[in-house]
Ligand binder design. Structure first.
Ligand code: AMP
Ligand code: MG
Length: 433
């Protein structure tokens, strides 16, 4: 990405209240990241169906009124409300039939009505539709009992959904199926969207082996690259998988440079704490402007964030911790929203994820002063409420706990221990992972 005149880490730090890189609250880190990340500028026009999940680049204005004519909301009879008799049945002569797509355009005299189908244009002069099931038809006439309709009932008005010239969707909207349908209803064959974000990712660690390689003692298969691949795929970004990199400064620098020259954002896992083999930190620091944070959260305490540059190209950097659960939790807490913003989503377009309230089936110990994300299994209780049970041991290396869980129990920064039967916030995985 080529992005001139970006604010520096120092400038942003001065705007985040109480900024302390050694004890940053989750919300402070989120605020920092939102201020720091640039949006991709490039716009492309895509065929409507291909635009699902992409961020709209401009407002889309309705070229006509929706609906374009007054029309019937029911199958029934269109009539003049002035013809209805107050408290006695009204008998009207049926002058003809109007269908959706084939309007009745003959004259309708006083005391007459028109048989009409849902979606058919209202004949001139008629203002009300009585649903068929209220009426009795006989010999070319129809009887409307008293009190079943009032003036204007069951009529959809021209422009009631959208007036011509009104914005149907605003720039920054991440297009969902309903939006694609709405754009189709406006006759839009193509939509202007931001180009897809390119995200490079790799794992670091001498102990990591790739699938297919034998596992020597003390080695583990690289799983982070697979969970990251899955989470990024769900976000709809373009992926650049750069594999596993050894804990070797020269090798790391080569990969960081290539990632930065070919992507808008770079995600790494491992090597961001202060161990002897944690070279990733130094290399990141050398290539750019990087803040190393100890975030007041569990799991996921150490994390690097900033930007790196190589050969005139800049990329936003997320140096996630190595532990597999910490990778996923920090991705959802920070990376997901940041990538959406970079991809052009407006803050309204971001699905500020709705939390569920569930009742804990066990007491949970928790220290105030940090945010905890525990893995939970949410089920429907007999009384209709949601119950949540923890998945057992909550170590940040236990990836199976994420697989067994169907949501994260979010214990907020100020919150203390929770008693059995208390209600807690849950971030459900459905629709997310
Ligand atoms: P680190 O942050 O590099 O010290 O790693 C912390 C822990 O996470 C260590 O036990 C690593 O073996 C493990 N780990 C790091 N990267 C990965 C990975 N890509 N896949 C699975 N485990 C990893
Ligand atoms: Mg490591």
């Amino acid at each position: 990405m080529q992005t001139p005149a970006l604010p520096t880490i120092e400038q942003i730090a001065s705007c985040v209240a109480g900024y302390d890189p050694n004890a940053l609250a989750v919300t402070q880190a989120q605020d920092f990241i939102a201020r720091f990340v640039p949006q991709v500028g490039a716009v492309e026009r895509l065929a409507l169906r291909c635009a699902l999940g992409r961020a709209l680049a401009h407002d889309v204005v309705s070229p006509f009124d929706v609906p374009s004519h007054d029309n019937s909301a029911m199958d029934g009879y269109a009539l003049r409300s002035a013809d209805l008799r107050g408290d006695a049945p009204t008998t009207l002569r049926v002058a003809g039939t109007g269908y959706a797509g084939q309007a009745f355009d003959g004259p309708v005299a006083a005391g007459e009505c028109v048989r009409i189908m849902t979606g058919a244009v209202m004949p001139a002069g008629l203002d009300t539709v009585v649903p068929q099931e209220f009426t009795t038809a006989r010999d070319g006439t129809v009887v409307v009992p008293p009190g079943v309709v009032s003036a204007g009932d069951n009529r959809r008005l021209k422009g009631e959904d959208l007036a011509r010239g009104e914005a149907a969707l605003h720039a920054g909207r991440v297009l969902r199926p309903a939006d694609i349908g709405l754009l189709a209803s406006l006759g839009q064959a193509e939509v202007p969207v931001r180009r897809r974000l390119r995200v490079a990712f790799f794992s670091t660690g001498d102990e990591l082996r790739s699938i297919g390689e034998p596992l020597a003692a003390g080695c583990v298969y690289d799983s982070n690259r697979y969970t990251i691949h899955g989470m990024l795929t769900r976000l709809g970004v373009e992926l650049l998988d750069l594999g596993v990199v050894r804990d070797d400064p020269a090798a790391l620098e080569t990969v960081f440079r290539s990632a930065c020259e070919n992507a808008d954002a770079v995600i790494t896992s491992g090597g961001v704490s202060v161990g002897e083999a944690d070279h990733t930190r130094q290399v990141m620091g050398r290539l750019g402007e990087v803040a190393f944070w100890r975030i007041a959260m569990r799991p996921g305490r150490p994390m690097a964030f900033g930007r790196i540059a190589s050969n005139g190209r800049t990329a936003v950097l997320f140096g996630l911790p190595g532990n597999p659960v910490a990778v996923m939790v920090t991705f959802y807490a920070f990376v997901r929203d940041a990538l959406l913003v970079m991809a052009g989503a407006s803050s309204q377009g971001l699905q500020t994820l709705p939390l569920l309230r569930a009742r804990t089936t066990e007491a949970i110990r928790k220290k105030p002063g940090r945010t905890e994300y525990q893995r939970g299994i949410v089920t429907r209780a007999a009384d209709g409420d949601w119950d949540v049970q923890l998945t057992g041991a909550q170590g940040s290396g236990i990836l199976r706990s994420m697989s067994v869980a169907n949501g994260l129990v979010v214990l907020h920064h100020e919150q203390g221990s929770v008693e059995r039967g208390d209600y807690v916030d849950i971030l459900p995985f459905d629709g997310l992972v």
